[in-house]
Write a protein that binds this ligand. Structure first.
Ligand code: MN
Length: 668
């Protein structure tokens, strides 16, 4: 919509300029009446108050609303802000206009006593607004025009108030404008909200768009003339125009997809408006044969209109330079609805003269459907909001405004927002991961239903759980919520890890018992884990369980000074077999005073084939050649040079353990 500010002096002329047929007598009378009533008020900008209703009225005229709606626009703040009563209005302007103004008037708007009070007033005002819309749908258009002018002039307000109003606009008025298809207002509201809520982002996009403007326009005009030629060759009359993406949609894309700003050049849009649905598809075929079409982005909203009645064909093509061009193809009628939604209702027939008949023979248009659907939606919404809690009402309103989500609730009246096509399983995960993981079924509106049932708006859902229940892997395909899918995947990953942890613990405690050091407390285990650069005991045990860490490495960390003494079982000599084993004769040349120890792991007996393992500073340990002790076999492989051939001397016996210990002492 063209951003044009008018004033009380030129309003009538500007309105007449838009349409000769406006009732300027009525509008002029309302202007004088409102001017007098608001005389004592000024806006924060310092302007006289009447500039606000005057510009609201002009926005309504730009939307081609009728004279009564424009009159109501001029009078819209009178009941709220001046002593004028509804009866005064109905007397002067008739009941229809008085009802419109009354529908737009807040219940109370004096200073709030507390935050709770403010919330209550806000909720009640929105409830009243919605009820008014169901009685006369034109009220939403006036309300949106009112909000548009307020937010256009928001810069006079203090920062915190600016942000609060912008946020409320983005939360409620933008989705309302979208629901009713009034795109021209929605886009401007979005851009202005962006400006106040994310000023830095806004500035950056404005600058970058300006920077690439020339280049972009060059591309747009080239594709326009190319397209025009193609259509001309095929005898199709069409209106081809370039279109600018509005800033908010660039910002939203950037946020969601981390769009690089160099890609802004790619945001080239062309619109082709033809005179019939048949020609829409003909043009589509021609474009497809002339350009390379991208699979991504093709939408047939003609056969499948959006919820708000929007119809168009969308496709993306690339030009020779590799630039993406977004093309929209639609009829004039569709274009009007795409831009103005239900606001087109009141001038649609006279402009297009198209009158379809419904089954009962009554004339109707696509907009009638949209109006009807939205009024039903509001009625259903209000019917469900029986409870008086204002915070819940506002939350539920915000949630319900979006057509691609559904809102269901718990039996305790807790509202849960879900994506369309969600199941009780999504619902359960939204409540709590543990509820999701133990979900076995659900009651939907009191009836028992399986977990894969698709939920509808307003369903009351009670999740059934069992402590024994476990998720199944096919839940990943049933779930709509990405977050919930992740939780299920994580669950199965955790089970695997838990198994490794158990294995690791078993190895650890079995073998640590045989070491002279005690590692028992959590902090001791954590300290040990840190030696392996791990931050927690769980990952430490899991690595041990998976074999990524060998127990031998743990031993070397715990007993660094004994790191060459591989024979774990030797640490305690108490169990050394005693008896009829004489001192073996070790055949070694040039080495005296060797201390000999017998490995407890394999307990070599005279006659066994044996090997000696030299331990730095501790002599030689005798193993059976066939010893399978893991630590010994590892080291034997790693440091074969330490193995030396030994053999029993005939008739020798194994030494007493005391002898061994004494000798150890003496030598070190
Ligand atoms: Mn106002």
């Amino acid at each position: 919509m063209q951003y044009k500010l008018v004033n009380p002096d030129n309003l009538l002329a500007e309105i007449k300029h838009l349409d000769q047929n406006y009732d300027l007598e009525l509008i002029g009378r309302a202007l004088t009446y409102a001017d007098t009533a608001h005389k004592m008020q000024t806006r924060l900008s310092g302007e006289v108050y009447i500039t606000h209703p005057v510009n609201v009225a002009y926005i309504l005229a730009q939307l081609r609303m009728d004279s009564k709606v424009i009159t109501a626009g001029l009078l819209h703040d009178i009941l709220e802000d001046t002593p004028v009563k509804k009866e005064d209005l109905s007397e002067k302007f008739g009941m229809e206009i008085a009802d419109l103004v009354d529908g737009l008037t807040k219940l109370e708007s004096y200073t709030y006593k507390s935050i709770a009070h403010q919330q209550k007033v806000q909720a009640e005002n929105f409830r009243k607004l919605l009820i008014s819309i169901t009685k006369d749908v034109r009220i939403i258009i006036i309300k949106l025009a009112d909000r548009l002018h307020n937010i256009r002039t928001l810069h006079f307000l203090p920062d915190n108030k600016k942000k609060r109003i912008a946020q409320e606009t983005l939360d409620i008025y933008v989705p309302l404008a979208n629901r009713f298809g009034i795109a021209v207002i929605q886009w401007e509201l979005e851009d202005l909200c962006l400006k106040y809520l994310y000023p830095e982002d806004y500035q950056r996009i404005v600058e970058l768009v300006a920077l690439k403007k020339d280049e972009r326009e060059k591309y747009i005009s080239a594709i326009i003339s190319e397209t025009e030629q193609i259509l001309k060759k095929n005898d199709i009359t069409a209106e081809v125009s370039g279109r600018n993406k509005h800033l908010f949609s660039i910002w939203r894309k950037g946020r969601v997809k981390k769009l690089k700003f160099e890609e802004i050049l790619d945001l080239i849009g062309v619109r082709i408006i033809v005179d019939s649905v048949e020609n829409c598809y003909k043009v589509l075929g021609l474009i497809q044969s002339e350009y390379i079409q991208l699979a991504k982005g093709f939408k047939d909203y003609i056969s499948q209109p959006k919820e708000n009645g929007y119809q168009s064909l969308h496709l993306n093509v690339v030009n020779e330079d590799g630039r993406t061009i977004e093309i929209q193809i639609r009829t004039k009628e569709m274009h009007l609805i795409a831009e103005e939604g239900i606001a087109a209702h009141w001038h649609y027939k006279e402009e297009y003269g198209i009158q379809k008949k419904d089954r009962t023979g009554k004339p109707y248009t696509a907009i009638d459907d949209s109006v009807k659907k939205n009024v039903i939606w509001i009625r259903d919404f209000l019917k469900e909001q029986k409870q008086e809690n204002p915070a819940l009402f506002m939350k539920s309103l915000k949630l319900n405004l979006y057509p691609d989500i559904i809102v269901v609730r718990t039996p305790e009246n807790k509202y849960i927002k879900l994506k369309k096509n969600s199941t009780p399983l999504d619902f359960a995960f939204k409540l709590h991961t543990d509820i999701g993981l133990h979900c076995i079924g659900a009651h939907i509106n009191g009836k028992h239903k399986p977990v894969r049932t698709i939920l509808k708006n307003g369903d009351v859902v009670k999740v059934l759980t069992s402590p024994q229940a476990k998720p199944s892997k096919d839940w990943i395909t049933i779930l709509t919520s990405i977050k919930a899918k992740q939780k299920v995947r994580q669950y199965f990953r955790n089970i695997e890890i838990q198994e490794l942890v158990e294995q690791g613990k078993e190895i650890f405690y079995k073998r640590i018992r045989k070491l002279p050091v005690k590692v028992k407390s959590n902090s001791e285990i954590l300290a040990l884990a840190k030696q392996f650069k791990l931050s927690d005991a769980k990952s430490f045990f899991a690595r041990l369980g998976s074999g990524e860490i060998d127990f031998q490495e743990i031993k070397q960390v715990l007993l660094p000074e004994e790191k060459d003494n591989v024979i774990t079982e030797e640490e305690s000599d108490n169990n050394l077999p005693t008896g009829d084993i004489s001192m073996p004769a070790i055949v070694l040349e040039n080495i005296d005073n060797l201390m000999i120890r017998f490995a407890k792991c394999c307990v070599p007996q005279p006659g066994d084939k044996i090997v000696g393992y030299t331990t730095r500073g501790k002599g030689i340990t005798i193993h059976k050649d066939s010893c399978s002790n893991k630590g010994f076999t590892n080291l034997r492989k790693k440091e074969p040079e330490r193995i030396m051939p030994v053999k029993w001397k005939k008739g020798t016996k194994r030494p007493e353990k005391d002898t061994v210990l004494k000798k150890q002492h003496k030598n070190h």
